[in-house]
Design a protein around this ligand. Structure first.
Ligand SMILES: [Fe+2]
Ligand SMILES: [Fe+2]
Length: 394
């Protein structure tokens, strides 16, 4: 059995990818062609489109020509090629695995994690990214030096894949993606980011740690999805999401300095809880540094950690997006994720009771606002139940 594996960010998957896969199938005749959107590419500093959207787009783009696997997206932490190949070797122990890479990846092959093991697990097939005799020559030399040093087999695929880069597609080459992918992009509002968010991303991608920035992108995308579901403004939700943790990594002294300087009203019981301060200082900096004047965005940032009584739909969205973004993996998160798209208050009851129990178990302070938030969500759920039952009795 011959299995071919083609990984990439697919942000978005375009016709160049599709043509390439078809050409590969024609030449190598694999029994199974597997496309794998990566979760966190180790060579990339940051990611723009959420993993779930890239996975969904890949499924639309490659329907009928390849199987799309979510194995890297599901894996915790960074995803490495060697882990993926080990996974498929375990799944198909007798298969011959072909692993397809681009020319740029071949040229940095020795810097990858466990390159020798990769060559033991698969035949590497490298394809030039553009038509160039010089590039193919360079690739041949590189392949020779790698296999001489490490063994294994690297083949150069002699074809010129249609040259459409993902960047061009993002910048408006609509005809480069399939109609189904284009429909998905338009429906989800992907790739037409406002200049304001682009600028904020540029600043935060440098300021925040990789983990925190990745989480902020996840919250931004989740908040947008929830906003679309509950009829709130998607762009405002994205803005609140990307900014919500903008001061999270400031030292405690800086939080207190900001609170002092801007005379921020912080409830007494929250003042001593360092973890809660970034929501208050985050709202201040969203206004002072990033120029956000929308009062509801600022209040949603300000209460995103502790919550509060009677939150607006918009505030609830940010609060929940922070709790369920794709980087969260606590036990029970999947159920809360589903609930959040069904009923915001029910999901908030679950989140806040989880927080209260967890804090009590660790003997940590429970903010009064969290309890008020819990109580008002319970009240809202009960009121809806009462109305539903009354409706049934009619
Ligand atoms: Fe936060
Ligand atoms: Fe957060």
């Amino acid at each position: 059995m011959k299995i071919a594996i083609y990984g990439g960010t697919f942000d978005p998957p375009h016709l160049g990818h599709e043509l390439f896969i078809k050409a590969f199938i024609e030449k190598y005749l694999p029994d199974k062609m597997i496309v794998i959107p990566t979760k966190i590419p180790p060579h990339k500093a940051c990611e723009t489109t959420g993993a779930a959207d890239r996975l969904a787009m890949a499924r639309l783009a490659f329907k009928g020509i390849a199987e799309v696997s979510d194995c890297e997206i599901r894996r915790k932490g960074k995803s490495y090629t060697v882990d993926t190949l080990e996974f498929f070797k375990r799944k198909y122990p007798d298969a011959d695995i072909f692993f397809i890479i681009g020319s740029d990846m071949l040229l940095t092959f020795d810097e990858w994690r466990c390159p020798r093991r990769i060559l033991e697990l698969a035949t590497v097939v490298a394809a030039p990214r553009r038509e160039s005799a010089e590039l193919v020559e360079e690739m041949r030399k590189k392949a020779k030096s790698i296999t001489e040093a490490m063994g294994g087999k690297i083949e150069i695929m002699p074809l010129s894949p249609k040259e459409i880069s993902s960047t061009e597609v993002r910048e408006g080459a609509e005809n480069s993606v399939s109609p189904a992918v284009l429909e998905y992009i338009e429906k989800k509002g992907l790739y037409n980011e406002s200049a304001e968010i682009k600028k904020i991303k540029e600043v935060l991608s440098k300021r925040l740690s990789y983990k925190r920035y990745y989480h902020s992108l996840g919250v931004m995308n989740t908040a947008a999805e929830l906003a679309a579901r509950y009829g709130e403004d998607v762009e405002r939700a994205r803005l609140a999401g990307i900014l919500h943790d903008c001061t999270k990594e400031y030292p405690a002294a800086t939080h207190y300095e900001i609170i002092e300087r801007y005379k921020v009203d912080v409830p007494k019981d929250e003042l001593g809880v360092e973890k809660l301060l970034h929501s208050k200082t985050g709202a201040v900096m969203a206004k002072e540094e990033f120029g956000v004047t929308d009062k509801e965005i600022l209040s949603a940032i300000s209460c995103h950690t502790a919550g509060k009584e009677n939150m607006t739909t918009f505030e609830k969205i940010l609060f929940l997006a922070d709790f369920i973004d794709p980087s969260r993996d606590y036990r029970g998160v999947e159920a809360i994720r589903k609930k959040a798209f069904r009923d915001l208050d029910e999901a908030i009851v679950d989140c806040t009771s989880f927080t209260v129990k967890d804090l009590a178990k660790r003997k940590k302070t429970i903010a009064l606002n969290t309890l008020l938030c819990y109580n008002s969500a319970v009240r809202a759920v009960n009121a809806k139940r009462y109305l539903n039952e009354k409706e049934k009795d009619k």
